[in-house]
Design a protein around this ligand. Structure first.
Ligand code: M6R
Length: 627
């Protein structure tokens, strides 16, 4: 949601903080700010809007400070105005705090602090924290041999309710940067005589690859001499950093105009990496062609699957449901995590619960899983469930919450609109559905091999789709840049692709778009159609091809312009559709891996032509760590 960065060491902190914030801007971009400590003062600079506004302000201020914290905000409490931007400070301007998350009991704390004379200047929940720390610091002598700042912050966090990560500096303790993690991500970076903290590793990977992600309920004291870690009870913990498998070029655009375009083009590589990781070589005489590293008892007597997810991950889960039900014959339900949390399905035995989240930090998904775990623990043993996570960030909070993870292999995704992580999730679901089918013996070996061989062709097919589509989708974008409404339709396994195509268009181009199962159009939405509303239909040969074509004809009869995502050289489609976005002709079961690509490109080119900020669309953030 928000991005936090912190530095203590021997270099100019401002430059490092700004460079770090640039890499975190995908997490929020309503406002930004930094606070550094120099000559016994905290110097805090904040600006509304994108990071370049803060950068311009800082150009006029030169400070050699070697310690500081920075923040890029996605507004939750209070408008995206400068007075709500982080860092927030106490009244004496001695303590500066940046926060990612939500302090649920901030109103009570605010009232208590007001009664003690504290004056608040923002509408945020965060502002109570520097005031509370300042209040608690009054109980310590600055010359105390232990760290009064650490102790005051430790006491303060024990008063806070909610999910949060913090970084704190104080003018009276210029050699200490204190960071806290409680259900919002925070990682510490270890350099030579310098230390970093950040909400996410891209912010620090240019300086160090030795990192230590904090766990929930941990607090760390960073000084120029080293890092000490404690739990909220104050016990010192022994922890070692580990080496990060990420290099700085992975977080660069590498010649592409936007991260989103680069990430769309990375999809063939993502599929190749997934094939290598999830599928064994058929020539080697192995017991199963699929290798997800999951324990046998996850599959035994499995009767039901519930999947919780949000946004694009929810769309991937819908395709997962199709695959699992059709291939393995296991009844599967897909839930919006935000709904499931408050209206869960009745308890069933022999059930697998799957959480899908590329970031592994989506608050709704984590909360739904935590709720499900808790309620099952309270009930009789027969309702115990098995839990599995599918994520691109196995080191995330999801990784701590569930015992088993399928890691998706997309590499880091910076564009706020999910593209390659979606494809990676689909690959995980193909592998899982086939693995379940193999265990439950619902498909024969010949079919299994045929599907896996088909998957092995997909990277090349995506490559040729990308090559042929780049120009076509750009042309279409030119024509549709001013269109106000779009309808996307698909059926069967491609219905979720219609939803995904519509979501991509909405989120980056701000054009109203809806995805429908093509057969549902006639039950109401068809009333929306006229010459001004184009219909994008995904029509690939298979069980529902003729049906989708008929539904498209119905739209055409209402004057809609028809755009078809269809196989190359499909003569019938060429006659019906006004425009074609052709993809390679593959088995219907595998087609979503291809049909999504032209829709991603169409959304991208429309947004780019409208001159919009493709990678950082308004009102959105890459990971939504609040409810
Ligand atoms: O990190 P997650 O996969 O849990 O994120 C879920 C959604 O917030 C995310 O897919 C969102 O819808 C994206 N902006 C889609 O492009």
């Amino acid at each position: 949601m928000c991005g936090i960065v912190g530095y203590i060491g021997t270099q100019a902190a401002t430059d490092i903080l700004l460079a770090g914030l640039e890499k975190l801007e995908y997490r929020g971009y309503d406002s930004a700010g930094i606070a550094t400590v120099w000559e016994g003062e905290v110097n805090c600079v904040r600006a509304k809007g994108k990071l370049h506004n803060l950068r311009s302000k800082l150009e006029q201020i030169e400070t050699p400070a070697q310690i500081g914290i920075g923040h890029t905000r996605w507004a939750t409490h209070g408008k995206p105005e400068e007075y709500n931007a982080h860092p927030h400070m106490d009244n004496a301007m001695r303590v500066a705090v940046v926060q990612n998350g939500i302090i649920e009991n901030y109103r009570e704390l605010r009232e208590e602090l007001k009664a003690k004379g504290h004056v608040f200047r923002s509408e945020t929940d965060t502002e109570v924290i520097p005031h509370l720390i300042a209040e608690l610091l009054k109980n310590f002598s600055p010359s105390s041999p232990s760290s009064p700042l650490l102790e005051a912050i430790r006491q303060a966090v024990n008063h806070l309710q909610g999910a949060f990560a913090l970084a704190v500096v104080c003018a009276d303790y210029p050699d200490e940067l204190i960071v806290v993690r409680q259900q919002a991500p925070l990682v510490i970076g270890f350099g030579q005589g310098e230390f970093f903290c950040a909400s996410d590793t891209p912010a620090i990977v240019a300086y160090t690859r030795a990192v230590l992600p904090l766990e929930n309920g941990e607090i760390a004291r960073l000084t120029p001499l080293g890092v000490e870690i404690y739990n909220f009870a104050g016990d010192r913990l022994k922890k070692q950093p580990r080496l990060l498998n990420l290099n700085p070029t992975m977080v660069e655009k590498q010649g592409f105009k936007h991260f989103m375009l680069k990430e769309i083009h990375e999809q063939p590589g993502v599929v190749r990496a997934s094939l290598e990781a999830y599928f064994n070589n058929v020539e080697e005489n192995v017991r199963s062609p699929i290798n997800l590293g999951l324990p046998e008892d996850l599959y035994t007597d499995l009767e039901q699957i519930h999947i919780v997810a949000c946004g694009t991950s929810w769309h991937a889960a819908l395709i997962g449901k199709y695959l699992i039900e059709q291939l393995a014959g296991i009844s599967t339900q897909v839930h919006y995590a935000s709904e499931y949390r408050y209206a869960p399905s009745p308890l069933t035995s022999n059930t697998l619960i799957i959480g899908v989240t590329q970031s592994g930090e989506t608050a709704d998904t984590l909360a739904a899983l935590a709720m499900e775990k808790e309620r099952r623990q309270r009930k009789e043993a027969k309702y115990e469930a098995r839990f599995l996570g599918i994520t691109n960030r196995p080191e995330s909070s999801l990784g701590h919450l569930v015992p088993h993870i399928i890691s998706t292999l997309a590499g880091i995704e910076i564009g706020v609109a999910a593209t390659k992580t979606f494809t990676a999730q689909l690959m995980a679901f193909y592998a899982l559905a086939l693995d379940l089918a193999a265990h439950h013996q619902t498909v024969d070996k010949e079919t299994l091999d045929k599907i896996i061989n088909g998957l092995r062709q997909i990277p090349k097919d995506i490559e040729s789709t990308l090559e042929s589509q780049e120009r076509l989708s750009e042309q279409l974008a030119h024509e549709f840049a001013e269109t106000q409404d779009f309808i996307f339709v698909g059926r069967g396994i491609n219905f979720p692709i219609a939803l995904e195509g519509a979501l991509k268009l909405k989120e980056i181009s701000y054009i109203h778009a809806e995805g429908y199962p093509a057969g549902e159009m006639k039950h109401g939405p068809i009333a929306l159609l006229d010459a001004k509303v184009p219909v994008v239909a995904i029509a690939v040969p298979g069980s529902v091809y003729e049906k989708v074509i008929s539904n498209a004809q119905e739209a055409k009869a209402r004057d809609s312009r028809l755009i078809g995502v269809t196989p190359v050289n499909d003569g019938e489609a060429a006659e019906i559709f006004n425009d074609l976005l052709p993809v390679s002709d593959v088995e219907e079961l595998l087609s979503p891996l291809l049909t999504v690509v032209p829709l991603q490109l169409l959304a991208y080119h429309i947004a780019a032509r409208r001159g919009l900020d493709v990678d950082q669309p308004r009102n959105l953030a890459k990971s939504v760590t609040v409810e």
